[in-house]
Write a protein that binds this ligand. Structure first.
Ligand code: ADP
Ligand code: MG
Length: 280
């Protein structure tokens, strides 16, 4: 599936009704499904000062338009794999390609097209940044250093906040929000960059069941209507039916990579669910 900017903007703007014309144009998009958006080949990621690689011999390919859940126990390497894809961690072996470009060489350009929601990022209670500014930061890669922010940029920031139901918090200081509100703002921050690829690190943590549902529906819309490729780290064991692929990491190795049904019925997945249940 191709990323489609108009559909993306429609998907994040809660106020725009989908016209039938728009719907038709979405349906007409032809999806070259073998289009590779992420490719990891035999990747080892080693943290600075460590000897043992945190990710070991990880190979994985992601096609445009996929919606993938990455699961696995704490410390398995889920966050590390997202940061490896972003190119913010050194790769000691293997190769990472994103959008057909090498992450080692083209990291900054690649990151302009990625929306990354960091796990559990917190701000100090006295942090002076306002919600709208935090979301605008998500557009800074697109706008470019030193370039003027235009009215259209603020419109997209507003639409991004609307999409997560946080437009009323526009000029609140970011440090004064609850954990769940904050999480929604960080998702808006990722949306504001009009990403073709969304990397979400436990985006549902801190959200109540209703907010989880709303955010999940939004992700689904972005994926299905705008062609945004989504890699979502989740430690929960329930995987929604629309997810087309499940990847499991354990001790830095990729131990499962299959469609949802096969994954949830596999021995390795059930062992993981039992382990999570015993830890809870
Ligand atoms: N900055 C770091 N330096 C050294 N080791 C790290 C660093 N960050 C994470 N690790 C280690 O890498 C492993 C994988 O971590 P992480 O990717 O955060 O796991 P997950 O997200 O699956 O819980 C863990 O053993 C963790 O302790
Ligand atoms: Mg993590």
């Amino acid at each position: 599936m191709h990323f489609d900017r108009e559909s993306f903007l429609t998907a994040i703007n809660a106020n725009i009704q989908l016209t039938s014309q728009r719907n038709n144009s979405i349906n007409k998009i032809k999806f070259p499904y073998n289009d590779l958006i992420v490719k990891l080949e035999n990747v080892d990621t080693v943290y600075e000062g460590e000897r043992i690689p945190t990710l070991h011999k990880v190979s994985m390919q992601v096609s445009k338009g996929e919606l993938i859940f990455i699961v696995g126990p704490n410390g398995a390497g889920k966050t590390t794999i997202l940061e490896t894809i972003c190119g913010i961690l050194p790769i000691s072996k293997g190769e990472v390609m994103v959008f057909g470009l090498s992450v080692k060489q083209e990291g900054p350009d690649i990151r302009k097209r990625i929306g990354y929601v960091i796990q559990g990022l917190e701000f100090e209670p006295n942090e002076p940044f306002l919600v709208k500014d935090v979301v605008m930061i998500g557009r800074s890669g697109l706008i470019g250093l030193g370039k003027r922010i235009k009215e259209a940029d603020w419109e997209i920031v507003r639409a991004s906040l609307q999409a997560v139901g946080m437009e009323d918090f526009w000029s609140r200081p970011i440090g004064k929000l609850s954990a769940g509100q904050h999480q929604k703002v960080m998702i808006a921050n990722a949306l504001a960059g009009e990403p073709e690829l969304l990397l979400l690190d436990e985006p549902f943590a801190n959200l109540d069941i209703n907010a989880r549902q709303e955010i999940y529906q939004l992700l689904l819309k972005l994926n299905q209507e705008a062609g945004v490729t989504i890699l979502c780290v989740s430690h929960g064991s329930d995987i929604p039916k629309e997810v087309n692929r499940v990847v499991m990491l354990r001790q830095g190795k990729l131990v499962l990579d299959s469609n949802r049904i096969t994954a949830v019925e596999s021995k390795i997945y059930r062992a993981f669910v039992e382990l999570s249940a015993s830890e809870a």
